[in-house]
Write a protein that binds this ligand. Structure first.
Ligand code: GSH
Length: 176
């Protein structure tokens, strides 16, 4: 059984989505960060950086903070969503690092300066809006790259299958 300490924010939802996707049973505990519950001594024992999300894996007693580390922990534990082969595995890690260190924090800053800042900070608003927009268009380019690579791999494996078993694969299938 897993205890998930979380709140209704993007970093919290990342872990809920993963646990649902993997079908793992868990109990969610609300840590209301708008009321400062992230500073409660019991929560700080599992998340010393006073941030949600955090988990306790009750089977082993192991606790973990940082959404990216939690995603990797359950993906590796269940052997799902994390490929074993080196290159596809690092492609997954590349996307995860890009989310954790790139677009995630940028969108967080946009939210902070554009929505929550009571004053006005034109320099910060422009900087983070620009960087968030750049990251989103970069994402489109990365998706196109990964799709092209996946098509290339599929074409290669159809060609190899064609060599092994010429009757099974047509020339059109290999080219498509
Ligand atoms: N890098 C951390 C960031 C976590 C984070 O920023 N959590 C925010 C909510 S999304 C939080 O707990 N904020 C409470 C605070 O700043 O005191 C992760 O990915 O888990």
């Amino acid at each position: 059984m897993i205890d998930l300490y979380t709140w209704t924010t993007p970093n919290g939802r990342k872990v809920s989505i993963l646990l649902e996707e993997l079908g793992l049973p868990y109990t969610a505990h609300a840590i209301d960060i708008s009321k400062g519950e992230q500073f409660q001594p019991d929560f700080l024992k599992i998340s010393p950086n006073n941030r949600i999300p955090a988990i306790i894996d009750r089977d082993s007693g192991f606790h973990l903070m940082e959404s990216g580390a939690i995603l990797m922990y359950f993906a590796e534990q269940t052997r799902k969503l994390m490929p074993k082969d080196e290159h596809p595995r690092y492609r997954v890690i590349e996307w995860l690092m890009w989310q954790m260190g790139g677009i995630g924090p940028m969108l967080g800053q946009v939210h902070h300066f554009v929505k929550y800042n009571k004053g006005k900070a034109p320099y910060a608003e422009e900087r983070y809006l620009k960087e968030a927009a750049r990251s989103i268009s970069q994402r489109e380019a990365l998706v196109r790259r990964d799709r092209a690579q996946a098509r290339g791999r599929a074409r290669l494996s159809r060609a190899q299958e064609g060599e092994r078993n010429p009757d099974a694969v047509t020339r059109e299938q290999v080219r498509s």
